[in-house]
Design a protein around this ligand. Structure first.
Ligand SMILES: Cc1cc2nc3c(=O)[nH]c(=O)nc-3n(C[C@H](O)[C@H](O)[C@H](O)COP(=O)(O)OP(=O)(O)OC[C@H]3O[C@@H](n4cnc5c(N)ncnc54)[C@H](O)[C@@H]3O)c2cc1C
Length: 462
């Protein structure tokens, strides 16, 4: 149902006319995210404070329209697209880092703060905020919380969930709430902060976050190990973990992924490698050097052709730039992408990599795999032309086979991108009927009128 003009006027009164638009070009700009599924909203609003968010949600319940929170729109599963139309509520005006408490290793930032801006602000004070999605140059802290974002450093430091102590936000019915604490620990009632973290913008709009920090590690060593085969690289990841070393990152790339990066930046990574591991260790200088030496030994014993350590910060930065270039350059292999981010127990990574090769050989599809292998999270991208029905059907069956294999290995169908709309048909492959029913009841308690981000997580059959 299209949004009534009278409702549009009320929204304009809440945010001010300049922060509320239904111009076609604005609606198009906010109709998609990185999953490239497009749904036009009826209106885009840019609230400037928490009271305005509350007023928008109260109006939505009264006038009956959907509200979809949005950070930078870098989500990979369609989480911020308005499948039922309504209002896109863009959080970019919530861009203040409110305080950094160095003594207590805690900070408070608004939800629209860009992740890398937050990194820089705390690092300037000798502090460290580990969650680092490869999108950190543009993703927001609110989007990171809603997706429980991970990133390369999750292998040692964990994911967003491990750093969110509390938040201020607005319930779908418009009440303003504060959850959690500023202290290192607390056990007072149900942990609502944790429930909201990873809830994909379906239970609460987050306005600000209280985040735990760490001291900035003194030294980082960045290394690459080149392998002739994907399987050998994967077995080496498993060996590293079994030997009890926890590097801060172990990123895996197959040859197709390396070629993607090369097409964008030239040969920063060795273009002929069958597979590559990009690894980092950190700590004080002695710890970092000792861990780097051990890593080199394990890689060479595991069958690496070559292990190299970056000799300067610039060289290390170039390697990470090459890693980050992979995802945006995938489209050289096809106009459409099916992107999955399955995660398996780390000793099962070799099985998963073998399965990916088997599926690639059997189907003839172009499959590019890379990702955060150190925590078992492999990004699996099928590049195709979706207008070719035969290829599309083959790709869908491949995804289904991959998900079934993932769950059989004791893994999960999403390590960090969430369910959104693209994975909702597969939720029941992992979540049992009783648990699914419980999740739906929780959603109903928070959002009785189904206003906040409808159509996400739970598959709509009609
Ligand atoms: C090139 C590239 C690399 C990426 N690499 C990684 C990676 O390494 N690790 C990783 O985890 N992800 C990665 N991602 C995915 C994506 O960047 C993350 O999911 C990120 O957390 C999304 O942040 P965003 O601000 O763009 O959120 P959006 O895409 O705008 O929204 C994502 C979800 O969060 C909800 N949301 C947004 N803001 C709020 C809020 N304030 N309150 C409540 N709900 C909200 C939205 O409704 C939506 O459901 C990558 C994406 C790209 C394009």
């Amino acid at each position: 149902m299209a949004l009534q003009t009278s409702t549009f006027r009320k929204l304009q009164q809440i945010t001010g006319k300049q922060h509320c638009s239904r111009e076609k070009e604005d609606l198009i700009c906010y109709s998609y995210d990185a999953a490239a599924k497009t749904y036009l909203p009826d209106v885009v609003v840019f609230p400037g404070n928490i009271e305005e968010i509350s007023a928008v949600l109260k109006l939505a319940n009264r006038d009956g329209f959907a509200v979809v929170p949005r950070g930078a729109g870098s989500g990979m599963t369609g989480g911020s697209v308005p499948v039922d139309g309504g209002a896109i509520l863009v959080m970019t005006r919530f861009s203040a880092i409110k305080w950094i408490d160095k003594g207590n290793l805690v900070a408070c930032a608004e939800a629209g703060v860009v992740t890398s801006d937050f990194h820089k602000a705390v690092e300037a004070q000798g502090l460290f905020y580990p969650p680092d999605p490869s999108s950190s140059e543009f993703s927001t802290l609110g989007g990171n919380l809603a997706e429980c974002a991970g990133g390369p450093r999750a292998v040692k430091y964990g994911v967003t969930r491990d750093y969110v102590l509390g938040l201020e936000g607005v319930l779908p019915t418009g009440e303003i709430i504060k959850t959690g604490v500023q202290t290192v620990k607390s056990v007072v009632g149900y942990d609502l902060t944790r429930l909201f973290t990873g809830s994909e913008g379906t239970l609460c709009i987050v306005a600000s976050l209280i985040l735990r920090l760490l001291p900035l590690p003194e030294t980082i060593r960045t290394m690459t190990a080149v392998f002739d085969r994907m399987e050998t690289a994967a077995e080496t990841v498993s060996d590293i973990i079994q030997r009890g070393i926890i590097p801060r990152t172990i990123e895996y790339m197959d040859n197709a992924a390396i070629k993607c990066s090369e097409s964008k930046l030239g040969p920063v990574l060795p273009p002929d490698a069958g597979a590559l591991l990009l690894m980092e260790v950190d700590g004080n200088k002695n710890e970092a050097d000792a861990a780097a030496g051990l890593l080199e030994d394990i890689c060479m014993t595991g069958g690496a052709l070559k292990v190299e350590t970056a000799e300067s910060d610039e060289q290390a930065a170039a390697l990470w730039q090459a890693r980050r270039a992979i995802s945006p350059s995938l489209f050289q292999y096809g106009p459409d992408k099916i992107n999955e981010d399955i995660v398996v127990p780390r000793n099962k990574i070799p099985d998963m990599v073998r399965k990916i090769r088997e599926l690639r050989d059997k189907t003839g599809l172009t499959i590019v795999s890379f990702g955060h292998a150190g925590d078992g999270n492999i990004h699996f991208n099928i590049m195709l032309d979706k207008t070719d029905p035969v290829e599309f059907e083959k790709a869908e069956k491949t995804v289904e086979a991959l998900f079934e294999y993932t769950v059989a290995l004791g893994g999960s169908i999403s390590g960090e991108h969430g369910i959104g709309i693209t994975k909702s048909p597969f939720l029941e492959k992992e979540v049992g009927p009783v648990e699914l029913d419980l999740m739906k009841k929780i959603k109903k308690v928070f959002d009785p009128n189904g206003i906040l981000n409808p159509g996400k997580i739970f598959y709509k059959t009609t």
